[in-house]
Design a protein around this ligand. Structure first.
Ligand code: PSU
Ligand code: MN
Length: 303
């Protein structure tokens, strides 16, 4: 086994017995939500996965160790530290590990560590993608590159329209990443169920999600699969309101010259502040919804 990796005993026991495990990211805890809702949500998502009959493995870097499965105290530590913890993407792993530092894992690094541990299914809120204006900034999330290379199924609620959703889909198409709509033909846009963009395939059951991913693994195609699961209707937000908040956040980011790894956390925090507590409540619900689908799919993959 990888000498930098620690798999929590409960997670490694489940993996050894071919029982379902669902990976969870930690940037959503440190950079995605305020304290204490971030810790409450992280623990609630873990409990939801247990209630669905799977084992949660929240992923992070703690003291330079790659962790698949965190203790309550470690989750509390990441939640309290917030943006003081390094947001860790692929390029950050070598130095953080060598320094014995902490890092909150993005979709990218959660996929990397999940794959090292042998975990096939990962639930989150939203993924990074091609930013608006990428034609000049070249700001394309490493999440897309990771989906192209690492064999983990990522269950999300689509992507926020802080991104250029059309270009994000083009990038995924070029790199051979299947984009599935769960119960929908249309790519969900995180807070809303619709975006106007079509997904590659609509799939309506966890059994079929598992069968498609199994086929991808068996054929040795490499790379992940993106499952986009629309936010439950009752928690979805008014598109006009959310889009106005996104436009304002983008304008402020441009004005303040925000760039690099700060861009996404800045935009997420501003959208959340502009829309008040409503978007946080929606955000929590869509993550829970994705955790349930990921657990059901992980169970099917074990059969
Ligand atoms: N988008 C969201 N919520 C998030 C993120 C993105 O709606 O929490 C986080 C995830 O951890 C994702 C990361 O992997 O931001 C992408 O950052 P960047 O765009 O810098 O690659
Ligand atoms: Mn970026």
């Amino acid at each position: 086994m990888n000498k930098y990796l620690d798999i929590a005993p409960e997670v490694s026991a489940a993996l050894a017995a071919s029982r379902p495990v669902v990976a969870l990211e930690s940037t959503i805890i440190s950079h995605g939500m305020p304290y204490p809702q971030n810790v409450e949500t992280a623990l609630r998502v873990e409990q939801t996965i247990r209630d669905c009959g799977a084992v949660p493995a929240t992923i992070a870097i703690i003291g330079g160790r790659l962790k698949a499965g965190l203790s309550r105290e470690e989750i509390e530590h990441l939640g309290r530290s917030g943006r003081a913890v390094a947001k860790a993407s692929r390029r950050d792993l070598p130095v953080l590990v060598a320094r014995g530092a902490d890092g909150a894992t993005t979709v990218t690094t959660t996929m990397i560590i999940a794959a090292m541990a042998g975990i096939k299914v990962f639930a989150t809120g939203g993924i990074g993608g091609v930013h608006r204006g990428a034609q000049t900034t070249m700001d394309i999330s490493a999440d897309l590159e990771e989906l192209a290379r690492t064999s983990v199924m990522v269950v999300c609620a689509g992507a926020k329209s802080i991104l250029d959703l059309g270009l994000t889909l083009e990038y995924l198409e070029t790199h051979g990443v299947p984009v599935i709509g769960y119960g929908t033909d249309e790519l969900p846009a995180f807070y809303t169920r619709r975006s106007g963009f079509k997904v590659d395939y609509r799939i309506d059951t966890p059994e079929e999600l598992a069968a498609a991913f199994r086929a991808k693994l068996d054929m040795g195609l490499g790379g992940g699969m993106l499952v986009t699961n629309p936010i439950p209707e009752e928690y979805s937000m008014d598109p006009e309101r959310i889009n106005a908040a996104i436009e304002q956040a983008l304008a402020e980011a441009a004005e303040q010259g925000i760039r690099g790894k700060e861009t996404t956390p800045f935009l997420l925090a501003r959208v959340k502040d502009i829309t008040g507590g409503d978007s946080l409540a929606s955000n929590i619900q869509l993550v829970l919804n994705n955790a349930r689908l990921a657990a059901a799919t992980a169970k099917c993959l074990c059969e």
